[in-house]
Write a protein that binds this ligand. Structure first.
Ligand SMILES: CC(C)(COP(=O)(O)OP(=O)(O)OC[C@H]1O[C@@H](n2cnc3c(N)ncnc32)[C@H](O)[C@@H]1OP(=O)(O)O)[C@@H](O)C(=O)NCCC(=O)NCCS
Length: 152
């Protein structure tokens, strides 16, 4: 027997003037006023996204991610909450998942991967970067692992 599920929008606390381009899969999350969500985006439960953000197509925002206001999340940005710290996937044991917090006015370039970290406000993450450590100083970070390449 097959189990079939359909993507869509379920139990989302939606702000005013939110713009969404389908298909998206969004459930149990919160999206602030004026935010744009492009196609093929998944936003999981308990994610909070602030006001006037742009979440571009093909991005994945997993549980335990918080994003501030005026952020730009580029195309195909992947957030991670399960570090496989026990040698493999946590297999639903959410005590092993870790949080990510993104400040405000953060721009994340296309195809970046964001491990469970804190990124301060007014920061730019380059395309294809892999962010493995907290970022406390505003600036431009790029590469794998992401390093500061410019202060702002
Ligand atoms: C990171 C970024 C913001 C830097 O831009 P910049 O300040 O103009 O930097 P520069 O082009 O002067 O590059 C500075 C150095 O960083 C390197 N660099 C730039 N972007 C990089 C990236 N994404 N990953 C790795 N290295 C990068 C450059 O090769 C250069 O190296 P060099 O000094 O050895 O020559 C930009 O390159 C970037 O990746 N932007 C993301 C844009 C994006 O994804 N937009 C999505 C909507 S289309």
């Amino acid at each position: 027997m097959m189990q079939e599920y359909f993507s869509g929008i379920k139990d989302v606390k939606m702000g005013e003037h939110v713009k969404i381009v389908h298909p998206v899969n969004m459930y149990g999350c919160e999206v602030g006023d004026g935010t744009f969500v492009g196609p093929f985006v998944e936003i999981q439960k308990n994610v909070i996204i602030g006001k006037d953000c742009k979440i571009q197509s093909h991005s994945f925002v997993c549980e335990l991610v918080t994003i501030g206001d005026n952020c730009f999340i580029g195309h195909g940005v992947m957030f991670i909450n399960d570090l496989f710290s026990g040698g493999g996937p946590a297999m639903g044991d959410i005590t092993k998942w870790r949080k990510t917090s993104i400040g405000s006015k953060v721009s994340i370039g296309s195809n970046a991967t964001i491990l469970p970290v804190n990124i301060c406000s007014n920061t730019v993450i380059g395309a294809g970067a892999v962010v493995t450590k907290d970022i406390h100083t505003p600036g431009v970070y790029a590469g794998n692992p992401a390093k500061l390449i410019k202060t702002l």
